[in-house]
Write a protein that binds this ligand. Structure first.
Ligand SMILES: *Cc1c(COP(=O)(O)O)cnc(C)c1O
Length: 234
């Protein structure tokens, strides 16, 4: 087998981070967009608190976690890192809203007026304001959570009426496909929905389809595998 032309896989977090940042910059340039306007959200579900510490030491500040309970275990170690912000990107049940409001700076998976109400109440009693993104479900193959596009007007009105929530934009996760082009229609639809409702931020794109997401206007790519490697549940 010829060696030449084969790019060796990056092995350290620092190398992987450089690769991901380069992909973001290239994708932004191709789309004539400012790469500085695209947040790299490091997704650390399943990985230990030490992965967050290591990534923070390399300059990452925004982190995504999927499970309230899992993050509760890491928060004592990483919660006070300077400038760090934690986003909840997994489904949130109303009965965990209070705990989520305590632990997270942003909740990207607000999907019902009821959940928004619970978060608002909890944030108010904690004396904080939480950044909110609305998770949108654009196809029946997607996970069960997320608001349908036709539910958005009511949900947006509900969140805008919450003084302790700051509504930033929309989030979606397309049905899994290893072809990044398969995500494009979903990303496009999310962008159109956000424009229709005057929302500026779009959380879309993961390790395998960040280029497509950036071409379609993503302002936040959520990257796990490309930074930390494959997740192995133990
Ligand atoms: C796990 C996860 C990601 C990261 O996915 P990778 O393919 O590992 O980059 C992004 N968004 C959500 C909602 C996730 O659950």
């Amino acid at each position: 087998m010829p060696y030449w032309g084969v790019v060796p896989a990056a092995v350290t977090l620092s190398e992987r981070l450089a690769d991901v940042r380069a992909r973001i910059v290239r994708a932004a340039e191709r789309a004539s967009r400012d790469p500085g306007k695209i947040t790299l959200l490091a997704v650390t579900k399943i990985f230990p608190a030490s992965a967050i510490q290591e990534a923070w030491a390399l300059g990452l500040r925004e982190f995504g976690e999927n499970y309230v309970q899992e993050f509760e275990g890491k928060a004592p170690v990483v919660g006070a890192l300077e400038g760090v912000r934690f986003h909840l990107i997994g489904h949130l049940q109303s009965n965990k809203a209070r705990k989520a409001a305590e632990l997270f700076h942003a909740i990207q998976t607000v999907d019902s007026p009821r959940l928004a109400g619970r978060l608002n109440e909890a944030a108010g009693s904690l004396g904080k304001t939480i950044d909110a993104m609305l998770e949108v479900k654009l196809s029946p193959e997607q996970s069960k959570s997320g608001a349908a596009p036709e539910e958005l007007p009511e949900l947006i009105a509900a969140v805008r009426a919450c003084p302790h929530l700051r509504l930033l934009g929309l989030m979606t996760m397309p049905p899994w496909s290893d072809d990044p082009e398969a995500s494009r229609p979903y990303f496009r639809q999310l962008r159109e929905l956000a424009a229709r409702h005057s929302l500026e931020q779009l959380s879309m794109g993961m390790s395998h389809d960040l280029e497509t997401a950036i071409a379609e206007g993503s302002t936040c790519v959520r990257i796990g595998t490309a930074l930390f490697g494959k997740r192995v549940k133990t």
